[in-house]
Design a binder for this molecule. Sequence first.
Ligand code: HEC
Length: 130
Amino acid sequence: MYQRIQQYAIVLMTLGAISYNSNALGADDLAAAKAMAVNHCGSCHTFGKGEPPGQGPNLFGIIGRKAGTAVAFNYSERFKKAMEGQTWDEKLLDRWLTDTQVVAPGSGMVYSQDDASKRKKLIRFLSSLQ
Ligand code: HEC
């Protein structure tokens, strides 16, 4: 019996080490970040290459993309005016997700996330859409 418990303990320790390792590689982080993005953004946005927009534009390749240039999406005039000439990078995304209405007042996307670690997580996932 005692030996069995010991065996289980070793298995658990090994599993712990494995998940710790993949954490270091970021696989777990990315999966968690994706789940969060699906949860917070997935009702309006699609993430896959070439996917049609939803209520919001498709976000594939958003990092390095000029704001307001997703295909087949009609941006609001206010968004276009506020974002003209800007390119999405991590910094701009961080400002956007902090409060969209500060970056583009009157935009069709109303969202504010005051938890910096959650914004970081979302941006980590968005950065992976290449
Ligand atoms: C209720 C719907 C809705 C939700 C939820 C939503 N968005 Fe949006 N999003 C929009 C709309 C609509 C636009 C276009 C805004 C406009 O035209 O005024 C937009 C625009 C954007 C843009 C600009 C894209 C471009 O092509 O320039 C980014 C980036 C973005 N959203 C990211 C996100 C992220 C990340 C989340 C989740 C945290 C999210 N959105 C949640 C509706 C939404």
